[in-house]
Write a protein that binds this ligand. Structure first.
Ligand code: FES
Ligand code: FES
Length: 140
């Protein structure tokens, strides 16, 4: 099935009902997208589909036909959000971090604290207490 993955057109062979999360990690080798709960509650698996943040554990692969999928690997490692998370201590164990960053991307530059809290409300972190994450997103 053809879709756009991190700005490249790809043709990936996988069962249409396989979870996008698993297709990304297994067929595409992109293990930056993490699995936490596996049922849409934690946000660890957040990716962008056509600029909207979605939980990849809830999306059947068939739904991304002809769509644009962006994962944490698509940011290249030197994105302002990635730098800000490192500088502000927004990542500890790191499991939630890719999902946090992908969920923060649609918030745009210098979002208000309220907008950050709302935008990341579906992303859980067991380590940081959230304040460093909010600082990082607002800084970026
Ligand atoms: S693994 Fe997808 S929301 Fe938790
Ligand atoms: S840094 Fe460990 S869950 Fe967020």
């Amino acid at each position: 099935m053809i879709f756009t993955l991190n700005a490249a057109t790809v043709d990936v062979d996988a069962h249409p009902m396989k979870r996008l999360l698993d297709v990304l990690r297994e067929e595409c080798g992109l293990t930056g997208t993490k699995e936490g709960c596996g049922e849409g509650e934690c946000g660890a698996c957040t990716v962008l589909i056509d600029d909207a943040a979605v939980c990849a554990c809830l999306v059947p692969f068939a739904q991304v036909r002809d769509a644009r999928v962006t994962t944490i690997e698509g940011l290249g490692g030197d994105h302002p959000l990635q730098r800000a998370f490192a500088e502000e201590g927004g990542a500890q164990c790191g499991i939630c971090t890719p999902g946090m960053i992908m969920a923060a991307l649609p918030l745009g530059e210098k979002p208000s604290l309220r907008k950050v809290r709302e935008g990341l409300a579906g992303n859980l972190c067991r380590c940081t207490g959230y304040e460093a994450i909010y600082r990082a997103v607002r800084k970026a």
